[in-house]
Write a protein that binds this ligand. Structure first.
Ligand code: PMP
Length: 460
């Protein structure tokens, strides 16, 4: 807990100090400093409180990460106990420690067959940097170092380090980078609502977007391609669920050309869709997975790369792998991850999302919103949803200034003490996985009210 001197400041004092000294991620600091940040001071379950005493329902689980909800004593105890027992030791020089050993063993049980090795880092971005290193090391170990190119998607998100952002397909990030990591190319995303021509079915569109992978591989030469990376559903890009035809086709193409398939499970992992990992919902089989966020429910930073035996064993055979971070496998983070997994698994949270709260949330959201004149489609399963704002429902038509409409809606959310994210013209929800039915009712009611207020502002 903070000391009394800092907790007793007024909101205004905090805002002034924040503006004076704190650079926020992904922010326009000039305008933020003028407006003043909202100061979040505490949280419990699915609720946040700000420094003015407002109680806010967190429809985004922080940044898609607080899967077990806020204020879990078990996680605090695990961190405290581990800090007193062994707060830090490295795993670089022929040493290891119990928390990282136990965590790796448990992850090998939770992940699908064949995933038996885990490399740790501190975030999803570092995870994807690590993926890139692993992919290259694998092909070098197999004597095919020319297999260098990684294929990714426009509007995919894989983090904000130079490699993470290069893998990602966010043009506004690329524009601000001195250069991108070489040997990364992008194909189009499987975003039917936004990008399919009139009359093209989701099924046909999914296949067509997957076919771009094959075309790109043939253009580059299969012998030069190392891997394809994608989020099972795009999270930061707008909770875009690909058509059902997409992933089976991607799998077929990767198999055909012997290309590694990487699932970025940073958002989808640890129960978000009701499965432990989102690729299981879509039914494909990756060779590598990036994990972060839900691994520790965001209580402490930790990321990991899950490596299938097919990839791990040749790397292990090959000798030195010159990669790692001071905090790779941090004992406190590992202890928290273990306590977090115990809640998700033994507390039945993931099962509950699959069988109970997930279906209830999806049904409630559709009942509350499908008649809205400005909601064109709702994507999602389990406890994640993306709602497409539209000018006209039939034939589907997006707003010309969709990003502005999203911001109008987000302002209503702010005013109604609801955290719902706007990504362009899509509104996103991804609450803590421990949310109850009553809390889902509140979340859905508030989301529907904010969308109705937005529609009213626009003259519907
Ligand atoms: N991959 C995906 C799919 C993500 O959604 C994110 C973060 N939202 C990242 C990677 C990057 O993770 P981090 O912010 O922890 O670096």
């Amino acid at each position: 807990m903070l000391n009394m001197q800092t907790t007793q400041r007024t909101t205004q004092e905090w805002q002034q100090l924040d503006a004076a000294h704190h650079m926020h991620p992904f922010s326009d600091m000039g305008s933020l400093n003028k407006a003043g940040s909202r100061v979040i001071t505490r949280a419990k379950g699915v609720y946040l409180w700000d420094s003015n005493g407002n109680k806010i329902i967190d429809g985004m689980a922080g940044l898609w990460c607080v899967n077990v909800g806020y204020g879990r004593q078990e996680l605090a105890d695990a961190a405290r106990d581990q800090m007193l027992e062994l707060p830090y030791y490295n795993t670089f020089f022929k040493t290891t420690h119990p928390p990282v050993i136990e965590l790796s063993q448990q992850l090998s049980e939770l992940t699908p067959d064949g995933f038996n090795h885990f490399f740790y880092c501190n975030s999803g971005s570092e995870g994807n940097d690590t993926v890139l290193r692993i992919v290259h090391q694998y092909w070098a170990a197999l004597g095919k170092p020319q297999r260098k190119v990684v294929i990714s998607r426009i509007n995919g998100y894989h983090g904000s380090t130079i490699a993470g952002a290069s893998l990602g397909g966010m043009g506004y990030m690329h524009e601000q980078m001195p250069s991108k990591v070489e040997n990364i190319v992008h194909i189009h995303q499987p975003y039917w609502y936004g990008e399919a021509a009139e009359g093209v079915t989701p099924e046909a569109f999914g296949k067509a977007r997957a076919a771009e992978l094959e075309a790109k591989i043939l253009e580059l030469g299969a012998d030069n391609v190392a891997a394809f990376i994608g989020e099972p559903f795009q999270g930061a890009g707008g909770v875009i669920f690909p058509p059902e035809s997409y992933w089976p086709e991607i799998q077929r193409i990767c198999d055909k050309y012997g290309i590694l398939l990487v699932a970025d499970e940073v958002i989808g992992g640890f129960g978000r869709t009701g499965e432990w990992f989102a690729h299981q919902h879509f039914g494909f089989k990756p060779d590598i997975m990036t994990l972060a966020k839900g691994l520790t429910s965001g209580y402490v930073p930790m990321g990991a790369v899950a490596i299938h035996d097919k990839v791990a064993l040749p790397i292990i055979e090959a000798g030195d792998f010159n990669h790692g971070m001071t905090y790779s496998g941090h004992p406190v983070a590992a202890a928290v991850a273990l306590a977090n997994i115990a809640i998700l698994r033994d507390g039945g949270v993931v099962d509950q999302v699959k069988n109970e709260t997930g279906p209830y949330f999806q049904k409630s959201l559709r009942e509350a919103l499908s008649s809205s004149p400005i909601i064109g489609e709702i994507h999602g399963t389990g406890l994640v949803a993306g709602m497409q704002l539209c000018e006209e429902k039939n034939p589907r038509k997006r707003f010309a200034n969709g990003g502005d409409v999203g911001l109008i809606c987000r302002d209503h959310c702010f005013g109604n003490n609801l955290i719902m994210r706007a990504t362009g013209d899509r509104m996103l929800l991804s609450p803590p996985l421990v949310i109850s039915r009553t809390e889902i009712d509140e979340l859905v009611d508030k989301a529907a009210r904010c969308i109705a207020l937005t529609a009213k502002d626009l003259g519907y």
